[in-house]
Design a protein around this ligand. Structure first.
Ligand SMILES: [Fe+2]
Ligand SMILES: [Fe+2]
Length: 214
């Protein structure tokens, strides 16, 4: 199976088995994370494309239980990959990567290169124009004001930069401009003064420093 066929097959299996993928947004997020991850991996050697693609495309496969979605998605990934006769050793690497992709788990021990790429690719989808679009969607669904959404978004970006930054150098390069786009969006909504006050209170000296630490 070539790469394109493998992706098609995974998408087919995903649609078939994932009841919680009903909304278009989720599958679009998975596709974008796949794209980000493949881009990050271009600069790396010795990457097994099957492990990588499966980790990226299946990482949020089951969101029926938001809190346990990493665990649930890892289980579903195992099911899907087993039916595709993917070797057990590869499946266990995919499972590990998916299990450790969610925020609360960042500090837990050594991550495989696949887990690192997945984490970075997932975070990159949260910034730049796509990230802003997602925030606007969340704000609409939750009835937030634009100011509230911008404050929430800014605090999340600062949190990643401070506590759970991206792993790989190439990911950081891809992220840098996108973070600035997100920060500028927040600044426009909150106003320069309020925006800068929040940055200072977070112990960063400038928005540029936030983007460099992300
Ligand atoms: Fe997730
Ligand atoms: Fe995700």
């Amino acid at each position: 199976m070539n790469q394109k066929e493998f992706i098609e097959k995974l998408r087919y299996e995903l649609k078939k088995s994932a009841a919680t993928l009903a909304t278009g947004h989720d599958i679009e997020h998975l596709q974008r994370v796949l794209k980000n991850g493949l881009l990050i991996a271009k600069k790396l050697r010795g990457i097994d494309k099957e492990i990588l693609i499966a980790s990226l495309l299946l990482h949020d496969a089951d969101r029926s239980d938001e809190k346990r979605h990493a665990e649930k998605s890892a289980e579903l990934a195992e099911k899907i990959l087993s039916t595709m006769k993917i070797p057990k050793e590869k499946i266990s690497i995919v499972k590990e990567a998916i299990l450790h992709h969610s925020r609360s788990d960042v500090k837990s021990g050594n991550k495989s290169i696949y887990a690192q790429i997945l984490y970075d690719a997932d975070k990159i989808d949260g910034i730049g124009n796509e990230g802003i679009k997602r925030v606007e969607e969340i704000a609409k669904a939750k009835n937030w004001t634009k100011e509230y959404a911008a404050k929430w978004y800014l605090s999340r970006i600062i949190d990643v930069a401070k506590n759970e930054p991206l792993y790989l150098k190439h990911s950081k390069e891809i992220a840098k401009n996108k973070v600035m786009i997100s920060l500028n969006w927040c600044k426009k909504i909150l106003g320069k003064e309020r925006f800068e006050k929040i940055i200072r209170e977070s112990e960063f000296s400038s928005e540029k420093e936030v983007s460099e630490c992300f």
